[in-house]
Design a protein around this ligand. Structure first.
Ligand code: NDP
Length: 328
């Protein structure tokens, strides 16, 4: 029986607590693939999980960490071999099933994607759920038939995790990208990852007319609310917006005019459920397309003993880029 270090959250009569603990393999939850975790990453959801500030954890005790990359140490499946490098994102990992904030994990092979070359484990964690969600958005726009020759692509919340990857992936696919940001100081950073234009967030955050000037052929929206309504109103005939986030609001104060008068499409994107074929396609495309220098520019690697403190801090302020946890 092996013992290993983990972060465990629990809710009991003493309240909500998160701490480093020593666990053994026998405490792991059911699964058919065992891995030594090499890296995890800190997502906003993990911040909510360790602080209890949002209902992320669905059973207690829980090992948080919605993203992990590891090396297979044991497998009951023919499609994985000992020594394989695998990546898991979402699928309830770190919410309903012990996740990546541990040296060991036991997972369903249905949630795992073999790490496609030339991605390294640390780069895969830099990408993580944020990059995968951005890739899902780009794939949704492409499935809709949109292509760079159609016009300008817009990304809201551009300096955030999902937004940054969306800018980089769209630019890499040949799109001219307009990046919307509330942080003017991030303009140079956004241009360095592929934005052709940087637009001020304020211009999109007040309610506008149902139909506005047709500025964009395609959009990736991480904000929701009035921003998404304005992007729909500014999307050209037969264009589409892939919506994946709600940092600006859960509501959608929009009219049907863009849909029925311009044929605009609103494409919903979610990244948590295990749709393994789509995941494999998305990871393969990320590995093939994303410039490693851009990935590295977004990455800060921290040791595991700083992970709990950093996960707590993500909910109280913006953490720029992606914080990747290296396991001892
Ligand atoms: P981040 O916190 O990294 O980035 C969010 C960005 O949005 C900020 O950097 C900021 O960018 C902008 N922003 C913040 N507050 C506001 C506001 N009030 N109004 C307008 N813009 C704002 O988050 P992520 O990129 O990780 O996630 C973005 C969204 O996507 C979240 O809502 C998250 O829950 C969601 N998400 C959804 C997934 C799915 O499966 N559908 C998966 C992963 C994330 P700037 O300063 O450049 O404007």
């Amino acid at each position: 029986m092996r013992s290993f270090k983990a972060i465990r959250v629990d809710k009991n009569s003493q309240g909500y607590e998160a701490d480093y603990v020593e666990m053994s393999d026998s405490a792991l939850m059911d699964g058919d693939v065992d891995v030594d975790v090499l890296y995890s990453a800190i997502n906003y959801k993990d911040g909510l999980a360790v602080t209890g500030k949002g209902p992320v954890v669905r059973r207690f005790p829980m090992v948080p960490g919605v993203d992990l990359v590891g090396r297979v140490t044991g497998t009951g499946r023919p499609d994985f071999a000992v020594g394989d490098l695998v990546v898991a994102t979402g699928c309830g990992v770190g919410e309903a099933h012990f996740g990546g904030f541990a040296q060991r994990a036991r997972l369903s092979g249905d949630w795992l994607v073999k790490l496609p070359e030339p991605l390294t484990p640390a780069r895969a964690m830099t990408v993580g759920t944020a990059g995968l969600t951005a890739m899902f958005c780009v794939l949704a726009l492409e499935r809709h038939g949109l292509k760079p020759a159609d016009g300008l692509a817009v990304v809201s919340g551009a300096s955030g995790g999902v937004g940054s990857f969306a800018v980089a992936l769209l630019a890499r696919a040949g799109w001219r990208v307009a990046a919307i940001t509330g942080h003017a100081a991030e303009a140079d950073y956004l241009k360095s990852i592929g934005a052709a234009e940087v637009l001020a967030r304020d211009a999109f955050s007040a309610p506008g007319k149902a139909l506005q000037a047709q500025l964009f052929a395609a959009g990736v929206d991480t904000v929701g609310g009035v921003t998404l309504a304005n992007l729909l109103s500014q999307t050209q005939f037969d264009g589409a917006v892939a919506a994946c986030g709600n940092v600006g609001g859960m509501d959608l104060p929009a009219s049907v005019a863009p849909f029925i008068l311009r044929g605009v499409a609103l494409l919903g994107v979610e990244s948590v459920r295990p749709r393994i074929e789509l995941r494999r396609a998305a990871w393969a495309r990320i590995a093939a397309d994303l410039d490693t220098a851009i990935i590295d520019a977004m990455c800060e690697i921290i040791p595991f003993d700083q992970a709990l403190e950093r996960a707590r801090s993500i909910v109280s302020g913006k953490v720029r880029g992606r914080v990747v946890i290296e396991m001892p």
